[in-house]
Design a protein around this ligand. Structure first.
Ligand code: GLN
Length: 547
């Protein structure tokens, strides 16, 4: 019988409910309790795969190919466990499956209603996620804040489950925000009181309240919240903003969250966050630093590159350096000299992307990296950039391009996958999820991974065009990762360059703070080596690589 923990948010969104949920998962797992985490997103999109990063940040992809909310990335990184499609539920999916059943005639004669049809579907999905993960505890986070219209069916389903399950099998955590009023210099609890009242009006009395704030929270404030919201004083846990998200499990455990939760759910298990603490210590005390340019389209919105950002932090921990990011607008590289924009960086990442805006700027970033021997790491679109740049400027294929951006290119070095020809529906139709990749012995990739076969997650339509493979290889491009049937180029490298590598997959989706992704680790190591070398010679004197 699994136990259920429901996490709701109050007052405002974007205060770290996802990190708090992920941290609770880490706390329980560290106590030897098996966990899984599920996100319940109230919006009507079936999945975030069709949403702009401006709406919802990065689209995280699970190994079984679900396009999900970026919180799933936090969950996986914190509990160090792969999640599946079952961990991502949206109102859109719930409606879709109920309506499909209605059209099939499954409810013939009945009136379809939010309660019980939608709520039954939600409850079934929560229970199915717990069962398929065979976890002792499932933590379900409801997106948005209490009171949102779309979220109401989720809250109602949770209310019903609280009624159906014995008391020791469920627990509700409410994450709120305490605003700071500058004029009087105090934190206010009233919005929290209101949001708890709203939650109670829907039949849910929270057991635990976690208060986010940007200022220290006194014991008096916690006691006041406990009194007004009818919660144990020990279960009101303050969580001030900290410099690293990875500190959150340590703080919450320190403040008694783990002990309170396991006691209330009748579980046992001593706390053990020693390894996690050691990781956070290394993160907070780097011996040096590197600066990496991330060249993208949505750089003013760091959430769009969440997993890239976190993977760099993990690789920094492994190398004992802080990997700071210089966010570079790809379009800036089209109007300004790349040298002026990229001056002094120790490495360049071109992350995944869609659409033409900024494409040529990204190609110029690759030229800059290749000719100056600066470590370059291309993630999905970033590999397509690297191959295009190499074809144009080393192989003399003038006008080489991806057919995504120039369907008439004389050298379509990146072209549409066979299976994508004729696909017109946008939702869930890319090459998605984990696929195996065979590594080429002696390559940078094989050395980084230290093995000959890996599995990596994908989200793309276009692909390296094998028609040009021989010519590019002759000119120095190394195909270092390939699908086991030999058909698809998954990793390529520029021979003779200290580190210029691109992956057709998204390695950033599998990096964990305690288990950095090997390619990110080696990229940051190369950036650190570049920094050491650069400090010994004047800027711009680095040797040019092949071509
Ligand atoms: N737009 C490219 C494609 O579909 C790259 C996608 C990506 O970077 N995720 O192949």
């Amino acid at each position: 019988m699994p136990k259920f923990i429901f996490v709701t948010g109050g007052v405002v969104s974007s205060v770290g409910k996802g990190i708090t949920t992920a941290s609770l998962g880490r706390i329980l797992k560290s106590r030897g309790i098996s966990v899984t985490i599920q996100k319940l997103d109230p919006y009507l999109n079936v999945d975030p795969g069709t949403m702009s990063p401006y709406q919802h940040g990065e689209v995280f992809v699970t190994s079984d190919g679900a396009e999900t909310d970026l919180d799933l990335g936090h969950y996986e990184r914190f509990i160090d466990q792969d999640l599946s499609q079952a961990s991502s539920v949206t109102s859109g999916q719930v409606y879709l499956s109920v309506l499909e059943r209605e059209r099939r005639g499954d409810y013939l004669g009945g009136t379809i209603q939010a309660v019980p049809h939608l709520t039954n579907e939600i409850k079934a999905r929560i229970r199915a996620a717990a069962d398929s993960a065979r976890a002792d505890v499932i933590i379900c986070e409801v997106g948005g804040t209490v009171g949102d219209i779309e979220g109401q069916t989720f809250i109602e389903a949770i209310r019903q489950m609280r009624h159906e399950e014995p008391r020791e099998n469920h627990l509700s955590v409410h994450v709120t925000f305490l605003p700071w009023v500058g004029a009087t210099g105090e934190l206010k609890t009233k919005p929290t009181q209101h949001s708890v009242r709203e939650l109670r009006s829907m039949g849910i009395q929270p057991d635990v309240i976690i208060t986010r704030s940007d200022h220290p929270v006194s014991r008096e404030i916690c006691d006041k919240i406990a009194l007004f919201c009818d919660v144990d004083p020990a279960a009101v846990i303050p969580l001030e903003t900290v410099s690293s998200i990875y500190e959150v499990p340590l703080i919450l455990e320190e403040r008694g969250l783990g002990a309170y939760v396991i006691d209330r759910l009748g579980l046992t298990g001593g706390r053990d966050l020693a390894e996690w603490r050691e990781m956070v210590d290394r993160l907070k005390h780097p011996a040096g630093s590197v600066e990496v340019a991330v060249v993208g389209k949505y750089v003013e919105l760091h959430d769009a590159y969440m997993s890239v950002k976190e993977s760099l932090a993990h690789a920094g921990i492994a190398n004992g350096v802080e990997a700071s990011i210089r966010w570079v607008h790809a379009e800036d590289l089209e109007t300004r000299e790349p040298a002026a924009v990229l001056q002094g960086v120790d490495g360049i990442i071109v992350p995944g992307g869609f659409g033409e805006r900024g494409w040529e700027g990204k190609v110029r970033a690759a030229t800059y990296a290749r000719t100056r021997g600066i470590p370059y790491f291309g993630l999905c679109l970033g590999m397509q950039v690297m191959v295009t740049e190499f074809a144009r400027n080393v192989c003399g294929m003038e006008g080489a391009n991806s057919t995504e951006f120039d369907p008439e290119s004389p050298y379509p070095v990146i072209s549409l996958l066979e299976e994508q020809l004729g696909v017109t529906r946008k939702g869930g139709t890319m090459r998605l999820g984990a696929y195996p990749c065979r590594l080429t012995p002696g390559s940078v990739a094989a050395a980084a991974y230290g093995t000959d076969m890996v599995s990596e997650r994908h989200r793309h339509r276009w692909e390296f065009n094998n028609r040009y493979r021989a010519e590019l290889e002759t000119a120095g491009l190394v195909v270092s990762g390939i699908s086991p049937d030999g058909a698809l180029v998954e990793i390529s490298e520029i021979g003779g360059h200290p580190f210029m590598l691109g992956t057709q997959f998204h390695p950033e989706l599998q990096s964990r703070p305690n288990r950095p992704h090997p390619l990110f680790r080696e990229f940051v190591a190369a950036a650190a080596a570049h920094r050491r070398a650069a400090s010994q010679q004047p800027e711009g004197a680095a040797v040019a690589a092949t071509g």
